[in-house]
Ligand binder design. Sequence first.
Ligand code: AMP
Length: 306
Amino acid sequence: MSVLIVGSIALDDIKTPVAEHPNLLGGSASYSAVAASYFNPVNLVGIVGKDFPQEHIDLLSSRRIDLEGLQIVPGKTFRWSGEYLLDMNTRETRSVELNVFEHFTPTLPANYKTSRVVLLANIAPDLQHHVLDQIENPHFVIADTMDLWINIAKDSLVRLLGRVDMLILNDGEARQLTGESNLMKAAKSILAHGPEYVAIKKGEHGCLLFAKNGEFFSCPAFPLEEIHDPTGAGDTFAGGLAGVLARETDSEPIDFGALRRAVVFGSVLASFNVEAFSLERLKTVDAAQIEDRSRILRLISQFDSE
Ligand code: AMP
């Protein structure tokens, strides 16, 4: 069954120490949907303006991504501009234009409402609630977020924690949300608000996965020498993870083994995404390349106990 993904679809202007490019396909839902589509069909919910280039629609529909839930309305597409500093980890938002997002009310097509695996990719927590309100009895709900919502919509985000199975956020956001500087304590505090699992991303240092029952997994980031644009790495990670979970089990209980695999494949896809601007690399990955990098991740993280 398709995985439901809701999030932003954007035109981005990005500057990194390597290069600067305007007008790129971006947005949390674009990255997440293409990543998830490597593993499972996707139902996409989002909004764009009439200015949104047809080539981007063609890219999404050339994958296993259903666009019945994509609203194309008069007005301009959401625009975001960001600049990365030399370490490629520190990012400054230069501008945000909400445009058609300002009046977005996601309405789910009837056949999306029975989705079993749901990814609430990064958008305003109120919109994430609104989508969740329309889904009948979901099996596993994942939410992604960002520092902006912790700053301006913390109450809504904390309420959302009580409605989801898993939260994904980065280390800085986990500290900001909980006030805990230690990530073990931050994870514990997040889990106490509701979700069964939390994944804390640490950029080039990998990802930590915590379960309420105490299970723990640490996944390294795939070692890369050349990073061209980190934009969308987190969204790609979340999409890959959701796609693997939807493929593996949309009715069986999701166990920690499935989550570990999902985190590994999410990390592998994110490693491809940062090798080029926008979705240029992500869209050309093939199954053998994904398998190859997951094998390497396994090799570099195992050791003998003797
Ligand atoms: P990430 O690098 O994973 O944090 O995601 C980058 C993407 O998030 C960009 O393509 C932006 O278009 C999108 N984005 C930036 N700000 C927002 C926002 N406030 N709401 C939704 N999406 C956003």
